[in-house]
Ligand binder design. Structure first.
Ligand SMILES: Cc1cc2nc3c(=O)[nH]c(=O)nc-3n(C[C@H](O)[C@H](O)[C@H](O)COP(=O)(O)O)c2cc1C
Length: 357
């Protein structure tokens, strides 16, 4: 195993990065809940972490139905675009590369989160039964979502494309469409959540059309896609993930996207099966109970299963994670009580060992 591989620069078809360490997208719930504008400290939070080869932001909503919960930012209004421009400027000033994550949650929200009496939308009216959802009034039961009409599904795709255009206005280097973890795109991919009889009843159709629309909006070189094949999170069942994701990649590989970001979590060995089927840049991620270790990421990159590896939780308390890897310095652990919501505490006050950016 080449122990330095994560720290080596990466040069791919569309990306030139200072190392092969990506910061995985992580929701932090600190945006203004009324305006959806990122917190004033969000620029510092990401700038502190710009030693990553690539930063993928927290998920950002493309329309009001797509919002997960309190404090999630948007990328729709001019004020939101301005807020994100401050973030991208700060990251670029520090020499970093940053993609915005386009995140529509589908059924994973609640009327208490959505304004003006809106109800959650989804491919089909299938409710989450096993777990409550977090709202401004705490944990409550899910409601039955409203099925998107065909025209509404098309309009949602158009909203994702518009969000990608706004990301370009805000100065992002690219966008990542969130197709993972049981949110809207994976609700279309799932067998239990998609009972449609229109063209979107074909499991990969929504994902393919969404990627095509975002690509038409900003160019394939600036578009990544995140998937989590066979991930049961948020009550998704995929009867045949191998067929579904091979079909998806057959359609998307020829587009020449910036990257594919694969979370391996279920029983299906997604990285091993999909690596030979993806000719572009591939980012690996493991989503287990404990934060993924450096060693696990090194092994994936050194074995060629991915070109980059993304770390989430380690970046919360280690803003200078790549420098710590390089120096063999011990890692800090984060305070779980300070992950979501609030202000500076647990957000921008974890120290770097390097001089601050
Ligand atoms: C606090 C937190 C928030 C997250 N938010 C998102 C998100 O907005 N979008 C997303 O695709 N994944 C999200 N994830 C999943 C991470 O991107 C990543 O897949 C997961 O943390 C596993 O990587 P790790 O073991 O390095 O932490 C989140 C994870 C955490 C811990």
């Amino acid at each position: 195993m080449d122990s330095a591989s994560l720290l080596n620069p990466y040069e791919g078809p569309h990306l030139r990065l200072r190392n092969r360490i990506a910061m995985a997208p992580m929701t932090r719930g600190r945006a203004d809940d009324v305006t959806g504008v990122p917190h004033p400290l969000t620029k510092d939070y990401y700038a502190q972490r710009s030693g990553a080869g690539l930063i993928v932001t927290e998920g950002i909503w493309p329309n009001l139905e797509g919002k997960a919960g309190p404090g999630i930012p948007g990328l729709v209004t001019d004020a939101q675009v301005e807020g994100w421009r401050e973030v991208t400027s700060a990251v670029h000033a520090a020499g970093g590369t940053i993609f915005a994550q386009l995140w529509h949650v589908g059924r994973m929200t609640h009327p208490l989160t959505l304004p003006d009496g809106r109800r959650p939308v989804a491919p089909s009216p299938v409710r989450i039964e096993s777990e409550p959802i977090f709202t401004r009034e705490g944990l409550v039961d899910h409601v039955i979502p409203r099925a998107l009409t065909t025209a509404e599904a098309e309009a949602t795709i158009a909203d994702l494309a518009a969000e990608a255009r706004n990301a370009m206005r805000a100065g992002f280097d690219g966008v990542e469409l969130h197709g993972a973890n049981g949110y809207l795109v994976q609700q279309f991919l799932g067998s239990n959540t998609n009972r449609r009889t229109d063209r979107f009843g074909e499991p990969t159709r929504f994902a393919i059309e969404a990627v095509e629309a975002v690509t038409a909006a900003v160019g394939a070189a600036k578009v990544g896609l995140r998937i989590s094949p066979d991930n049961p999170e948020n009550e998704i069942v995929e009867d045949d993930p191998q067929t579904t994701y091979r079909t998806l990649l057959r359609a998307l590989d020829p587009l020449g996207l910036a990257y594919l970001h694969v979370i391996e979590r279920g029983r299906y060995p997604a990285l091993a099966d999909l690596r030979p089927r993806w000719s572009g840049t591939l980012i690996g991620n493991y989503n287990g109970d404990e934060p993924t270790t450096r060693e696990a990421g090194e092994e994936v990159v050194a074995s060629g299963l991915a070109d980059l590896f993304s770390f989430g939780r380690l970046f919360i308390a280690n803003p200078d994670l790549p420098a710590r890897f390089a120096g063999g310095v011990p890692l800090s652990t984060h305070d779980p009580a300070l992950v979501y919501g609030g202000g500076a505490e647990g957000y921008v006050d974890y120290p770097s060992l390097e001089p601050a950016v």
